[in-house]
Design a binder for this molecule. Structure first.
Ligand code: IMP
Ligand code: MG
Length: 195
Protein backbone atom coordinates (compact mmCIF):
# COMPACT_ATOMS: atom_id res chain seq x y z
CA UNK A 1 0.00 0.00 0.00
CA UNK A 2 2.76 2.43 -0.86
CA UNK A 3 1.83 3.83 -4.25
CA UNK A 4 2.20 7.56 -4.80
CA UNK A 5 -1.13 8.68 -3.52
CA UNK A 6 -0.58 12.41 -3.46
CA UNK A 7 -3.60 13.59 -5.33
CA UNK A 8 -3.32 17.02 -6.88
CA UNK A 9 -6.78 18.47 -7.39
CA UNK A 10 -8.06 21.59 -9.03
CA UNK A 11 -10.67 21.91 -6.31
CA UNK A 12 -10.01 22.56 -2.69
CA UNK A 13 -10.62 19.34 -0.83
CA UNK A 14 -12.38 21.10 1.96
CA UNK A 15 -9.52 20.74 4.41
CA UNK A 16 -7.62 23.83 3.40
CA UNK A 17 -5.27 21.62 1.43
CA UNK A 18 -5.15 21.32 -2.34
CA UNK A 19 -2.79 18.36 -2.19
CA UNK A 20 -4.16 16.27 0.61
CA UNK A 21 -2.34 13.04 1.28
CA UNK A 22 -4.67 10.10 0.71
CA UNK A 23 -4.06 6.77 2.40
CA UNK A 24 -4.96 3.70 0.38
CA UNK A 25 -7.69 1.56 1.90
CA UNK A 26 -8.37 -0.78 -1.05
CA UNK A 27 -6.08 -0.68 -4.07
CA UNK A 28 -7.20 -0.98 -7.69
CA UNK A 29 -6.20 -4.64 -8.02
CA UNK A 30 -8.07 -5.63 -4.85
CA UNK A 31 -11.18 -3.81 -6.08
CA UNK A 32 -11.02 -5.46 -9.51
CA UNK A 33 -10.72 -8.92 -7.97
CA UNK A 34 -13.62 -8.25 -5.60
CA UNK A 35 -15.75 -6.94 -8.48
CA UNK A 36 -15.32 -10.25 -10.29
CA UNK A 37 -16.48 -12.11 -7.19
CA UNK A 38 -19.48 -9.81 -6.80
CA UNK A 39 -20.53 -10.41 -10.38
CA UNK A 40 -20.21 -14.17 -9.88
CA UNK A 41 -22.64 -13.80 -6.95
CA UNK A 42 -24.98 -11.62 -9.01
CA UNK A 43 -25.02 -14.27 -11.76
CA UNK A 44 -25.97 -16.87 -9.14
CA UNK A 45 -29.02 -14.76 -8.25
CA UNK A 46 -30.21 -15.49 -11.83
CA UNK A 47 -31.55 -12.04 -12.63
CA UNK A 48 -34.23 -11.77 -15.30
CA UNK A 49 -34.87 -8.75 -17.52
CA UNK A 50 -32.22 -7.00 -15.46
CA UNK A 51 -32.06 -3.24 -15.07
CA UNK A 52 -28.97 -1.95 -13.31
CA UNK A 53 -29.59 1.41 -11.66
CA UNK A 54 -26.51 3.34 -10.61
CA UNK A 55 -27.13 5.82 -7.82
CA UNK A 56 -25.23 8.92 -8.92
CA UNK A 57 -22.76 10.30 -8.47
CA UNK A 58 -20.64 8.20 -6.12
CA UNK A 59 -21.27 4.82 -7.75
CA UNK A 60 -20.45 5.70 -11.36
CA UNK A 61 -16.95 4.20 -11.48
CA UNK A 62 -17.98 1.09 -9.55
CA UNK A 63 -21.06 0.64 -11.76
CA UNK A 64 -19.00 1.07 -14.93
CA UNK A 65 -16.58 -1.63 -13.81
CA UNK A 66 -19.37 -3.94 -12.64
CA UNK A 67 -21.37 -3.79 -15.87
CA UNK A 68 -18.29 -4.61 -17.95
CA UNK A 69 -17.56 -7.50 -15.63
CA UNK A 70 -21.22 -8.53 -16.06
CA UNK A 71 -20.71 -8.64 -19.80
CA UNK A 72 -17.81 -11.04 -19.37
CA UNK A 73 -20.04 -13.16 -17.11
CA UNK A 74 -22.78 -13.34 -19.76
CA UNK A 75 -25.19 -10.73 -18.38
CA UNK A 76 -26.62 -7.99 -20.59
CA UNK A 77 -28.36 -5.53 -18.25
CA UNK A 78 -30.10 -2.35 -19.22
CA UNK A 79 -28.31 0.49 -17.48
CA UNK A 80 -30.04 3.39 -15.80
CA UNK A 81 -29.10 6.24 -13.50
CA UNK A 82 -30.83 7.94 -10.62
CA UNK A 83 -29.70 10.94 -8.64
CA UNK A 84 -30.92 11.15 -5.06
CA UNK A 85 -30.31 13.92 -2.62
CA UNK A 86 -29.21 13.06 0.86
CA UNK A 87 -25.68 14.20 1.49
CA UNK A 88 -25.00 16.94 -1.06
CA UNK A 89 -21.93 18.77 0.19
CA UNK A 90 -22.47 17.83 3.78
CA UNK A 91 -20.70 15.05 5.58
CA UNK A 92 -23.72 14.20 7.67
CA UNK A 93 -26.92 12.84 6.19
CA UNK A 94 -29.92 15.11 6.50
CA UNK A 95 -32.08 12.02 6.70
CA UNK A 96 -34.39 13.36 4.01
CA UNK A 97 -34.12 11.80 0.54
CA UNK A 98 -35.58 13.17 -2.69
CA UNK A 99 -35.24 12.24 -6.37
CA UNK A 100 -33.16 14.86 -8.18
CA UNK A 101 -32.97 12.99 -11.48
CA UNK A 102 -35.12 9.96 -12.19
CA UNK A 103 -34.68 6.84 -14.35
CA UNK A 104 -36.39 6.76 -17.74
CA UNK A 105 -37.23 3.06 -17.81
CA UNK A 106 -40.41 1.28 -16.74
CA UNK A 107 -39.26 -1.30 -14.17
CA UNK A 108 -42.58 -3.16 -13.90
CA UNK A 109 -42.03 -6.92 -13.79
CA UNK A 110 -38.28 -6.59 -14.05
CA UNK A 111 -35.38 -7.44 -11.76
CA UNK A 112 -33.56 -4.33 -10.57
CA UNK A 113 -30.04 -4.12 -9.24
CA UNK A 114 -29.40 -0.86 -7.40
CA UNK A 115 -25.71 0.00 -7.32
CA UNK A 116 -24.40 2.49 -4.79
CA UNK A 117 -21.05 3.41 -3.35
CA UNK A 118 -21.70 3.23 0.39
CA UNK A 119 -24.40 1.83 2.62
CA UNK A 120 -24.21 3.96 5.73
CA UNK A 121 -27.42 5.05 7.49
CA UNK A 122 -29.28 3.09 4.81
CA UNK A 123 -31.75 5.92 4.21
CA UNK A 124 -30.76 6.51 0.60
CA UNK A 125 -31.03 2.87 -0.45
CA UNK A 126 -34.12 2.14 1.64
CA UNK A 127 -35.81 5.04 -0.12
CA UNK A 128 -34.67 3.85 -3.57
CA UNK A 129 -35.67 0.26 -2.88
CA UNK A 130 -39.16 1.27 -1.75
CA UNK A 131 -39.58 3.57 -4.75
CA UNK A 132 -38.75 0.84 -7.27
CA UNK A 133 -40.81 -1.79 -5.49
CA UNK A 134 -43.75 0.64 -5.50
CA UNK A 135 -43.27 1.00 -9.26
CA UNK A 136 -43.77 -2.73 -9.68
CA UNK A 137 -40.25 -4.13 -10.00
CA UNK A 138 -40.31 -7.92 -9.69
CA UNK A 139 -37.29 -7.95 -7.39
CA UNK A 140 -35.05 -5.13 -6.15
CA UNK A 141 -31.53 -6.17 -5.22
CA UNK A 142 -28.86 -3.91 -3.79
CA UNK A 143 -25.14 -3.96 -4.50
CA UNK A 144 -22.81 -1.61 -2.63
CA UNK A 145 -19.10 -1.13 -2.92
CA UNK A 146 -18.71 -0.39 0.79
CA UNK A 147 -20.71 -1.01 3.90
CA UNK A 148 -20.27 0.97 7.11
CA UNK A 149 -21.97 -1.58 9.37
CA UNK A 150 -22.19 0.45 12.56
CA UNK A 151 -24.00 3.42 11.06
CA UNK A 152 -27.36 1.95 10.11
CA UNK A 153 -30.38 4.10 10.99
CA UNK A 154 -32.99 2.14 9.03
CA UNK A 155 -33.24 -1.57 8.50
CA UNK A 156 -31.81 -2.55 5.13
CA UNK A 157 -29.29 -5.15 4.06
CA UNK A 158 -27.39 -5.09 0.79
CA UNK A 159 -27.56 -8.30 -1.23
CA UNK A 160 -24.01 -7.82 -2.47
CA UNK A 161 -21.27 -5.99 -0.54
CA UNK A 162 -17.80 -5.25 -1.89
CA UNK A 163 -16.02 -4.49 1.37
CA UNK A 164 -16.79 -3.72 4.98
CA UNK A 165 -15.51 -0.19 5.53
CA UNK A 166 -13.98 1.16 8.71
CA UNK A 167 -15.51 4.37 10.01
CA UNK A 168 -13.40 6.66 7.80
CA UNK A 169 -14.56 9.25 5.34
CA UNK A 170 -13.46 7.58 2.12
CA UNK A 171 -12.75 9.05 -1.30
CA UNK A 172 -11.67 7.87 -4.74
CA UNK A 173 -13.02 5.27 -7.17
CA UNK A 174 -15.91 7.67 -7.87
CA UNK A 175 -16.37 8.94 -4.32
CA UNK A 176 -15.70 12.51 -3.33
CA UNK A 177 -15.31 14.99 -0.58
CA UNK A 178 -16.53 18.41 -1.71
CA UNK A 179 -16.33 17.33 -5.39
CA UNK A 180 -12.68 16.25 -5.19
CA UNK A 181 -10.88 12.91 -5.57
CA UNK A 182 -13.45 11.00 -7.66
CA UNK A 183 -10.72 10.28 -10.23
CA UNK A 184 -8.50 8.23 -7.92
CA UNK A 185 -8.30 4.61 -9.14
CA UNK A 186 -8.27 3.28 -5.57
CA UNK A 187 -10.40 3.73 -2.44
CA UNK A 188 -8.63 5.93 0.05
CA UNK A 189 -9.14 8.16 3.03
CA UNK A 190 -7.73 11.43 4.23
CA UNK A 191 -5.88 10.61 7.47
CA UNK A 192 -6.63 13.91 9.19
CA UNK A 193 -10.31 13.43 8.35
CA UNK A 194 -10.61 10.18 10.30
CA UNK A 195 -13.71 10.19 12.41
P1 IMP B 1 -26.89 6.68 3.68
O1 IMP B 1 -26.72 5.18 3.66
O2 IMP B 1 -28.27 7.14 3.32
O3 IMP B 1 -26.40 7.27 4.97
O4 IMP B 1 -26.04 7.34 2.54
C1 IMP B 1 -24.80 6.88 2.18
C2 IMP B 1 -24.29 7.87 1.15
O5 IMP B 1 -23.57 8.89 1.83
C3 IMP B 1 -23.30 7.25 0.19
O6 IMP B 1 -23.93 6.75 -0.95
C4 IMP B 1 -22.40 8.41 -0.12
O7 IMP B 1 -22.95 9.19 -1.16
C5 IMP B 1 -22.39 9.22 1.16
N1 IMP B 1 -21.25 8.85 2.00
C6 IMP B 1 -21.29 8.24 3.21
N2 IMP B 1 -20.07 8.04 3.70
C7 IMP B 1 -19.22 8.55 2.79
C8 IMP B 1 -17.78 8.61 2.71
O8 IMP B 1 -17.03 8.14 3.59
N3 IMP B 1 -17.26 9.19 1.59
C9 IMP B 1 -18.03 9.70 0.59
N4 IMP B 1 -19.39 9.64 0.62
C10 IMP B 1 -19.97 9.08 1.71
MG1 MG C 1 -24.40 8.13 -2.65
Amino acid sequence: MTEDTTAPTAADAGHGSRNARIEVLFDAETIAERNRELVADIVKAAPEKLVVIAVLKGSFVFAADLIRSMHHAGLAPEVEFITLSSYRDARISSGHVTVLRDIETDVRGRDVLLIDDILESGRTLAFAKDLLAARGARRVMVCVLLEKPHKRAVQIEADFVGFKCPDYFVVGYGMDVSHAFRQLPFIGYIPEAEK
